[in-house]
Design a protein around this ligand. Structure first.
Ligand code: PLP
Length: 407
């Protein structure tokens, strides 16, 4: 008989995966009775942890209303918009466009950058600068603006030739913008701390000053892709707040819905949105799904009421310290880096082997790496993880590394 994985996989030949039947706190429960320690909040999505029935109740309370056209307000949409504007977004950003996830959000931001420049009468501006390495999603627009060679391979003819700058070199940022001609550049998209493409690569303040400088000087929209780093993951509300930059557009997904619902958001400075006045901005059929907005608002309220962003900072420091103390000298480990509940471990061995060995020990960590970072795993648990659970996580990961790369 076919296994659950074989029945479910779209493409045949997928690695065996557990069938998940429940979740609580930082644990995922499988059909065969195991409890897996969720060391990556799924796909770096779960922030408040699993089993929060208040989120479910908030969504259920509006679900029977069915579908509402995306441009029409509802109490849930307004509640999420107000929560974001009043408590999360920087001052001067009071316009939010909802989507169903990260890719729709980043792709919309590319469209927004273009629409802004066209609205300003600059029809020659179409390029959006990306960084190497980076990941922004799986639409053809976001694949083109990112630099994740493994995921772009074979699709090159579909991808616009967006220019790229290195993730860490300020001189190159200035040089590439001049070479490309600023009069052709609409936007510049950055992950404040590189996610799975680079396993938490973190650029210097000088680098970020160079990025900000070229954007300000040439009216290039600076887009912060906060799909992974947003909503407290790095110990601050947004990842860019660790660095000397002030983005014009902030894109989020993943943690915005806490993993309970598919939800993303694009927020932009009021002056940027003003340029589009009267022009509209085409939505997706499921933009601002009502139940998703209700759940998202509740997730954000829980993060605030329980001080979970502060907890991501304080317990994240404990996590980082224990990862470094216990795995820092391991022969399999090249580097350990990150902030808050967002850690990358660069490896000297195959990431899938490490993920498999961790799963055999009932621990889920997220495979990562591309370009200069060949192999890595990410450790990014829900913010509610306890010190004892952090110890268990690190011990299990240690066992997995010992098995795959004993030295
Ligand atoms: C930084 C970043 N941007 C965009 C995306 C795409 O988001 P989604 O998979 O929700 O479409 C991801 C997903 O991993 C991401 O990490």
């Amino acid at each position: 008989m076919a296994t659950d994985t074989e029945r479910f996989a779209f493409v045949p030949g997928a690695a065996p995966a557990p069938t998940i039947v429940g979740a609580e706190g930082v644990y995922l429960h499988t059909a065969d009775g195991r409890s897996i320690l969720d060391g990556a909040g799924g796909a770096i999505v779960g922030n408040i942890g699993w089993g929060r029935t208040e989120v479910v109740a908030a969504a259920a309370a509006v679900m029977a209303n069915g579908y509402v056209v995306p441009l029409w307000p509802t109490p849930s949409r307004l509640a999420l918009r107000d929560e974001l504007v009043d408590h999360w977004l920087p001052a001067g950003m009071s316009h939010v466009f909802f989507t169903s996830g990260g890719s729709e959000s980043t792709d919309s931001a590319l469209r927004l950058a273009r629409a802004y420049q066209v609205g300003k009468g600059r029809a020659d501006r179409w390029k959006v600068i990306g960084r190497h390495p980076s990941y922004h999603g799986m639409t053809t627009g976001t694949m083109a603006v990112a630099s994740h060679l493994g995921r772009q391979k074979g699709f090159e003819p579909l991808l616009l030739p967006f220019p790229k700058v290195p993730w860490d070199d300020p001189e190159q940022v200035l040089k590439v913008v001049e070479q490309e001609d600023p009069a052709t550049i609409a936007g510049f998209i950055v992950e404040p701390i590189t996610g799975a493409a680079g396993a938490c690569l973190t650029a210097s303040d000088d680098y970020w000053r160079a990025v900000q400088q070229v954007c300000t000087e040439h009216d290039i929209l600076l887009i912060a892709d906060e799909v992974m780093t947003g909503y407290g993951r790095t110990g601050l509300p947004f990842g860019h707040q660790h660095f000397p930059i002030a983005p014009d557009v902030i894109v989020g997904g993943k943690g915005l819905g806490g993993g309970y619902v598919p939800l993303g958001a694009v927020a932009a400075n009021n002056e940027v949105v003003e340029v589009l006045r009267g022009a509209g901005f085409m939505f997706f059929t499921f933009s601002g799904n009502d139940a998703a907005c209700a759940a998202g608002a509740k997730v954000l309220q829980i993060l605030r009421a329980e001080h979970l962003v502060e907890r991501a900072a304080s317990m994240g420091a404990v996590l980082g310290e224990r990862l470094r103390a216990q795995l820092g000298q391991h022969p399999a480990v090249v580097d350990i880096r990150g902030r808050g509940m967002f850690w990358g471990i660069e490896l000297r061995c195959n990431r899938e082997a490490v993920v498999g060995a961790a799963m055999a020990r009932d621990l889920w960590v997220y495979p990562a790496g591309s370009g200069p970072v060949a192999d890595a795993v990410m450790v990014a648990p829900p913010f509610v993880i306890s010190a004892a659970e952090i110890d268990l996580l690190v011990t299990r990961l240690h066992g997995a590394l010992d098995q795959v790369h004993p030295g």
